[in-house]
Design a protein around this ligand. Structure first.
Ligand SMILES: NC(=O)C1=CN([C@@H]2O[C@H](COP(=O)(O)OP(=O)(O)OC[C@H]3O[C@@H](n4cnc5c(N)ncnc54)[C@H](OP(=O)(O)O)[C@@H]3O)[C@@H](O)[C@H]2O)C=CC1
Ligand SMILES: CCCCC/C=C/C=O
Length: 329
C-alpha cells in the first residue's frame, strides 16, 4: 500500500497566492492492475501558467496541475521498466498511478552529468517555449536586435542565449542586480533591472537607440506598452506570457497602442508551446546539442522537499528564482 502526498487548491487565489490557499492531503493508492504503473516523483515543476490555469480550469479541491520527473517504481506496462524515469503530468503528487498514456520516457542514455530535472527546464517545456516561440514567431536574423523580459527566468534566459546563437544583439530586463550581472555573464549585450531604472521608456531607448526588431514578451502589461513604441518598423513580437498580470484582482487600465501597431506595421502573435508538440523531438535535439556544445547554459533554483511546493510556487511569482524553478521531492 502506498500513501501518496497530494497538494490541492483549497481556496481560489485572490491576488497573490497565500499558504492557506493550499491543502496537503494523503491518499491511499490501490495496488496497480495490469496495464498500470506506479510513479514516484523525483523533481516537480512550478510554473507561472499554474496561476492563470487555476482561474480558468480548476475548482476548489482539485489537485494542483503540473509536470514532474518520476521514477517507475512498479510496472505492469511492457514499455516502462522499473527504475526508468519519465516526465508525467500527474500534478502536485508524490506518487501516482498511470497507464503510460502521455508519459514521456527519459532516454536510458540520459547523460549522467546532466540532472534529470532538466527535462522540466532547458530540455523540456520551457526550452521548447524559448526555441519555437522565438525562432518561429520572431524569426530573428543575424545583426538584429532582440528584447526579452523576465530574462533571468527559465524561458527568458534561454531566449536571450538562443538570440546570441542566431547572431542577434540581445537586451534583457530582469528584477534584481544579481540577475542583471548573470545575464551579462551569459552573453547578453545589455541587461537592465526593470525595478530600479528611473524610466522604463528611457532605459529601453538607451539600450537600443535604433529600436528592436524582435521582442519576446513574458511579462505583458506596462512593459509591453512601454516596449512597443521602441520596435522597429515591421518588428515582430512573440507574446509568450503576461506574468505582471496573473495576480491582478482587477484588470489593469492600459492605453492600447493601436496607432503604434498600425504605423509600425508590427506583427504581434501569441502562442502556446503545445502548438509545436509534433516537433518536440526536433526542438529537444537542438537544445541538447547546444547544451552539450556549451553554447546554451542553464540555471536552476531547486527547492528541497515536496512539502515546500507552495513556497516554491509563490517564490517563482515573486521573482525568487534564477532559471528554472523546480522542487526535489
Ligand atoms: N505561451 C506558452 O506556451 C508559455 C508561456 N510561458 C510564460 O513565459 C513566462 C516566463 O515563464 P518561466 O520562464 O517559466 O518563468 P520564470 O522562470 O521567468 O519565472 C517568472 C519570473 O517572472 C518575473 N516576474 C514576476 N512578476 C513580474 C512582474 N510583475 N513584472 C515583471 N516580471 C515579473 C520574475 O523575475 P524578475 O525577478 O525578473 O521579476 C520571476 O522570476 C511566463 O509569463 C509564463 O506564463 C511559459 C511557458 C510556456
Ligand atoms: C503543458 C503545459 C503548457 C504550458 C503553457 C503555458 C502557458 C503560459 O504560461
Amino acid at each position: 500500500m502506498v500513501l501518496a502526498k497530494v497538494w490541492k487548491l483549497k481556496s481560489h487565489f485572490v491576488g497573490f497566492p497565500k499558504s492557506s490557499d493550499f491543502l496537503l492531503e494523503e491518499e491511499e493508492l490501490p495496488a496497480i492492475k495490469d496495464g498500470e504503473l506506479l510513479l514516484e516523483a523525483e523533481f516537480l515543476s512550478v510554473d507561472p501558467y499554474m496561476r492563470p490555469y487555476s482561474v480558468m480550469n480548476m475548482k476548489e479541491g482539485d489537485v494542483m496541475i503540473g509536470s514532474q520527473v518520476a521514477k517507475v517504481v512498479e510496472s505492469k506496462v511492457a514499455e516502462f521498466h522499473v527504475g526508468s524515469f519519465v516526465v508525467s503530468h500527474a500534478g502536485w503528487r508524490s506518487h501516482s498511478i498511470s497507464t503510460g498514456d502521455s508519459l514521456q520516457a527519459l532516454p536510458s542514455t540520459w547523460p549522467t552529468e546532466l540532472p534529470r530535472s532538466l527535462a522540466l527546464g532547458v530540455l523540456g517545456m520551457p526550452g521548447l517555449t524559448a526555441y519555437f516561440g522565438l525562432l518561429e514567431i520572431c524569426g530573428p536574423a543575424r545583426g538584429e536586435t532582440l528584447l526579452v523580459n523576465a530574462a533571468a527566468g527559465a524561458v527568458g534566459m534561454l531566449v536571450g542565449q538562443i538570440g546570441k546563437i542566431k547572431g542577434c544583439r540581445v537586451v534583457g530586463f530582469a528584477g534584481s542586480d544579481p540577475k542583471v550581472e548573470l545575464l551579462k555573464e551569459l552573453g547578453f549585450d545589455s541587461a537592465l533591472n526593470y525595478r530600479s531604472v528611473s524610466s522604463l521608456d528611457a532605459a529601453l531607448a538607451q539600450a537600443a537607440p535604433g529600436g528592436y526588431d524582435c521582442f519576446f514578451d513574458n511579462v505583458g502589461g506596462d512593459f509591453l506598452c512601454a516596449a512597443l513604441p521602441h520596435m522597429k518598423h515591421r518588428g515582430r513580437v512573440s507574446v509568450c506570457g503576461g506574468i505582471s498580470m496573473y495576480n491582478d484582482v482587477t484588470s489593469q487600465k492600459l492605453t492600447f497602442p493601436q496607432l503604434t501597431l498600425i504605423f509600425k506595421e508590427l506583427k504581434v502573435e501569441g502562442f502556446m508551446v503545445t502548438r509545436w508538440q509534433h516537433r518536440r523531438d526536433e526542438g529537444i535535439a537542438a537544445l541538447a546539442a547546444w547544451v552539450k556544445e556549451g553554447k546554451l547554459q542553464y540555471r536552476e533554483t531547486v527547492t528541497e522537499g515536496f512539502s515546500a511546493m507552495p513556497d516554491a510556487f509563490m517564490g517563482l511569482l515573486r521573482g525568487d528564482n534564477v532559471g528554472k524553478a523546480v522542487v526535489r521531492a
